[in-house]
Design a binder for this molecule. Structure first.
Ligand code: GLC
Length: 399
């Protein structure tokens, strides 16, 4: 079996990290399979793909196409969409030649840009699997495009039941959609292991004594809730709390990230200087999570899945979750996590206060999180589940 994975990003966002775990799991479960990663960008994703045992090929996007996102207003979306179409046509031709050379049994596209480009580039009846990581309803333009090309896709796989339900609305009830719930590497994301010095990373003076470290671990995506987090920290107003924003800019899609200077300004405005550290991008996320006492997930919109939630649980850390979308489906509030409504600053502050004031609760909730992760989020499971799906759609081609 030969599988080609298509990635538009060369960075390590959630969808790319999940794909790397899937490739590792497949390597172990089906060692003889030929796994080829085609990425539109050079970068850490492609390097890691090689490390986990895939063959890698960079087929670079032209600059304009790389910067085009699919979120944002309708008019801007149409303009950008038009640009994307032009840039994409040439790219699709290039990609088709590459695919013809590889001649895969299955094409696995990871993310909307590649879902569409995969539909345009596939040739000779190569079965295409769309791996859906996000809600199509928040991207009406993209939903329309996917609907237009759905006949090119043999199967869509959603990372959560919430994403599958949403995709059913966009693609039509009869469209084949399966759910393969995300997983994490439970050996990497484990309670024991290396830690980092968050203060040193953030370039701030080391705090000693009674400190409870609370961190938002996220990309700088606009919907990750950085502002909600900082406002909640100000509302908690507890001298024991040190807050960390763990993450840095990784996307070059125009306007999709929060601007760091604005967050610094907000920290000053809220009068919480000295209580917040910005670590920047951390490659070894597990070690950063282990260095925290409380992990916060604060997306202001429903989260399709929320890898960091599963990662925090797997590390045995209590996590406070903005509970909507797929994120709400993977936690048992009060048992292995605390929940609040997206955007609810006071709700998050209540959660932080509760955990900061109760070390036993932190320990109990962390242990319950590890138990849940062992039961639900083992990334080896995603390897097995995808293997079955690949075999199913590849068999259809051979018939
Ligand atoms: C996307 C989603 C996120 C999910 C990740 C991996 O980044 O927004 O919720 O965890 O993909 O599937």
């Amino acid at each position: 079996m030969k599988i080609v994975f298509l990635s538009a990003s060369g960075q390590l966002g959630g969808a790319e990290r999940l794909l790397l775990d899937l490739i590792s799991a497949l390597r172990e479960y089906r060692p003889s399979w030929d796994l080829v990663v085609v990425s539109a960008r050079e970068g850490p994703f492609l390097e890691r793909a090689m490390e986990v045992g895939a063959r890698t090929i960079a087929v670079p996007f032209p600059g304009a196409l790389a910067r085009v996102g699919d979120s944002g207003g309708a008019v801007a979306g149409l303009v950008r969409g038009g640009m994307a179409v032009l840039g994409s046509l040439g790219y699709a031709l290039k990609l088709r030649a590459v695919l013809r050379g590889i001649d895969p049994d299955v094409i696995h596209s990871n993310g909307y840009k590649m879902d569409v480009l995969g539909a345009w580039s596939r040739t000779g009846g190569m079965p295409l699997l769309w791996h859906l990581h996000d809600f199509t309803s928040t991207r009406p333009l993209m939903a329309g495009v996917l609907r237009a090309y759905r006949s090119s896709c043999a199967l869509a796989v959603a990372n959560s039941p919430a994403v599958a339900k949403d995709a059913r609305n966009a693609l039509g009830g009869e469209f084949p959609i399966e759910v393969v719930l995300n997983g994490v590497d439970l050996n990497v994301f484990a309670p024991d292991g290396e830690r980092v010095d968050l203060d040193a990373l953030a370039g701030i003076a080391k705090r000693s004594g009674d400190v409870v470290r609370v961190g938002l671990v996220a990309t700088m995506g606009r919907f990750k809730g950085h502002e909600v987090f900082l406002r909640a920290i100000a509302a908690v107003d507890d001298a024991r709390v040190m807050a960390y924003v763990v993450g840095g800019p990784i996307y070059d899609t125009r306007g999709s990230e929060v601007v760091l200077e604005r967050l610094h300004a907000l920290v000053r405005e809220l009068g919480i200087e000295g209580r917040v550290g910005f670590t920047g991008f951390v490659g070894d996320i597990a070690s950063a999570i282990r260095s925290l006492d409380v992990v916060v997930h604060a997306t202001t919109q429903p989260e399709p899945f929320g890898l960091v939630i599963a990662e925090a649980m797997a590390c045995g850390k209590p996590v406070i979750v903005s509970a909507a979308g797929g994120a709400a489906e993977i936690i048992a509030p009060g048992v292995d996590a605390l929940a609040f409504e997206p955007g609810d600053v006071e709700g998050l502050a209540v959660g932080i206060r509760t955990l900061v004031g109760d070390a036993d609760l932190r320990a109990r909730m962390g242990a319950a999180g590890r138990t849940s992760a062992l039961a639900k989020f083992d990334s080896r499971r995603i390897g097995r589940e995808f293997a079955v799906l690949y075999e199913r759609i590849a068999a259809r081609r051979r018939r």
